[in-house]
Design a protein. Structure first.
Length: 289
């Protein structure tokens, strides 16, 4: 290794990379939790089912046509047709006895179970959806868990506000920690900076190697942090495959991008402002700090 490279990748460089990596991992985990919380809220909302109870005189062909029309509606994510026979079978399995044996007929009606797109899974939207569906005379009633839906939406709003507040706080803490790490590193070079000023070097010439060095610190720290975060996400999905619907490639892409952009941006900006601080100082001031 050349003398220049050994100076560039010195122990201070390594320790700065490690401390920056740890802070970026903290930031990445915050972004991860915010993104997965959004996906979780979408997943929960889209799995709250509404039941469209159909009239007994609605023919099979009419039901199929009605279901196809529902599938084309913007508020519908998925529909499942449950025939009278299937409803009887499911209830018999759940109750352990066949109601038709006592009553002499199948008391259940055919229905279509609707899972809504997440943006429509609220009481206000369901009111006009209900009016729209009931305009069909063959639709008897619409059943949906209103209290559950309201409770889910309230809790999701509370959790979202909490996570956003936590994200803002931890972002500020991350900025402060990285800034202090960089300022300590440049502080040890303050006399070298002053010597370069004495020999006539321009401010931009003095800043260039410091900023380049810290950009590389940001890049390497972000790469290591992203690798560790991807490994953690892989272990979570491998442990619980159902999390694959929440920890999606788009989530991990956003996390990796946020970590990389924040890492490079914050290290270069902190280096720039820290160097300018010492460039403005007189030699007498360097001994006082």
């Amino acid at each position: 290794m050349s003398k220049r490279n050994s100076t560039f990748f010195d122990m201070q460089f390594i320790t700065s990379c490690i401390s920056t990596t740890l802070v970026l991992m903290l930031l990445g985990m915050v972004v991860f939790f915010v993104m997965t919380a959004h996906n979780l809220s979408v997943y929960v909302r889209e799995n709250i089912a509404c039941s469209v109870v159909l009239s007994d005189d609605m023919k099979e062909a009419e039901i199929i046509t009605f279901q196809k029309n529902l599938d084309e509606e913007p508020f519908v994510k998925q529909t499942i047709y449950i025939s009278k026979a299937q409803a009887l079978k499911e209830q018999t399995e759940a109750m352990g006895t066949d109601p038709a044996e006592f009553l002499g007929y199948n008391p259940f009606t055919a229905s279509i179970e609707i899972k809504l797109n997440s943006e429509y899974a609220n009481t206000d939207s369901l009111q006009w959806i209900q009016e729209k569906l009931l305009s069909n005379k063959k639709v008897v009633e619409i059943n949906y868990p209103e209290e559950l839906m309201d409770s889910v939406n309230r809790n999701i709003r509370k959790i979202s506000l909490f996570l956003l507040g936590l994200a803002g706080l931890l972002t500020f803490i991350s900025f402060a920690l990285i800034n202090n790490t960089i300022r300590l590193g440049i502080y040890s070079k303050r006399f070298l900076i002053h010597t370069m000023k004495l020999v006539g070097a321009s401010w931009s010439f003095i800043r260039r190697p410091f900023i380049t060095r810290h950009i590389w610190i940001g890049i390497l720290a972000a790469a290591v942090a992203d690798t560790l975060l991807i490994g953690m996400a892989y272990l979570l999905v491998n442990y619980e495959p159902g999390l694959a619907e929440i920890i999606t490639p788009s989530v991990m892409g956003a996390v990796m991008g946020a970590v990389f952009v924040f890492g490079v941006t914050i290290t270069s900006l902190c280096a720039y402002f820290s160097i300018n601080k010492y460039l403005r100082m007189k030699v007498s001031e360097l001994y006082q700090i």
